[in-house]
Design a protein around this ligand. Structure first.
Ligand SMILES: Nc1nc2c(ncn2[C@@H]2O[C@H](COP(=O)(O)OP(=O)(O)OP(=O)(O)O)[C@@H](O)[C@H]2O)c(=O)[nH]1
Ligand SMILES: [Mg+2]
Length: 177
């Protein structure tokens, strides 16, 4: 709080296979990693970014948590201290959208004061004419989660990936600087 060198911990969450690890590879390396394996436990990455009107670089520590149910107990210890949550679902699997309230509960059992963003991943697999998730539904879920915004993104094409991270980071900075 109030540091000249802002540091934020972010956790990326959502069901198994929604593309959390692949989104992080795209964000950190600007490429699509075809062959990531399902995450076991957790991994973290560090990134420094510049945002307008903030002199020093912001340091992000981004935790990639395993989505499989059997890792629930492992995940809980990693939420502590997080100021940003990325809620990810897979636009081609409605079940992963419907399950995000359970993720909210899991996280809010541990931490209460954080900023979050909702991301529907895999736009490259969606036929625009039949929007799989209705706008009104994503808006409702965004409100329910308390997320600052909703983005549709693709870890494959890279579409909107920088953008949703940027939005989350500027929102976190506003709330917690
Ligand atoms: N076409 C397409 N495939 C994607 C996209 N994002 C991820 N995938 C694929 O979806 C599968 C699962 O991606 P992961 O990044 O491992 O998913 P995860 O959410 O990290 O899964 P866990 O680690 O098990 O929780 C992989 O085969 C990815 O290549 C995307 O935007 N478009
Ligand atoms: Mg993973």
């Amino acid at each position: 709080m109030g540091s000249k060198f802002p540091f934020y911990k972010i956790c990326i969450v959502g069901d198994f296979g929604v593309g959390k690890t692949t989104l992080l590879h795209q964000y950190l390396e600007r490429r699509f990693c075809q062959s990531v394996t399902s995450t076991i436990g957790s991994n973290f990455f560090v990134k420094r970014i510049k945002i307008p009107d903030v002199e020093n670089l912001i340091t992000l520590q981004i935790w990639d948590l395993a989505g499989q149910h059997r890792f629930k107990w492992v995940r809980q210890q990693f939420y502590k201290g997080a100021k940003g949550i990325v809620y990810v679902f897979d636009l081609t699997r409605k079940k992963t959208f419907d399950n995000l309230p359970n993720w909210k509960n899991e996280i809010e059992n541990i931490i209460q004061n954080f900023s979050s963003i909702l991301v529907g991943n895999k736009t490259d697999l969606i036929d625009n004419k039949k929007d799989y998730i209705e706008k009104v539904d994503s808006e409702n879920l965004k409100q329910y989660l308390g997320a600052c915004d909703y983005f549709e993104a693709s870890a494959k094409s890279g579409s909107n990936v920088e953008d949703f991270f940027f939005k989350l980071i500027t929102n976190m900075y506003k709330l917690f600087k």
